[in-house]
Design a protein around this ligand. Sequence first.
Ligand SMILES: [Zn+2]
Length: 43
Amino acid sequence: MALWKCEECGHEKESRCKPKKCPQCSSSKGFVKAEAAGDSCCD
Ligand SMILES: [Zn+2]
């Protein structure tokens, strides 16, 4: 799992792959990888 951070509002979401849309602000601007926790499924 990796930790993704919304560039718009800073909301953090744990997901295997890059989220398409922020659940908090609904922005599709983009997520940046905040932290990688071991397994890399989609690199
Ligand atoms: Zn957001």
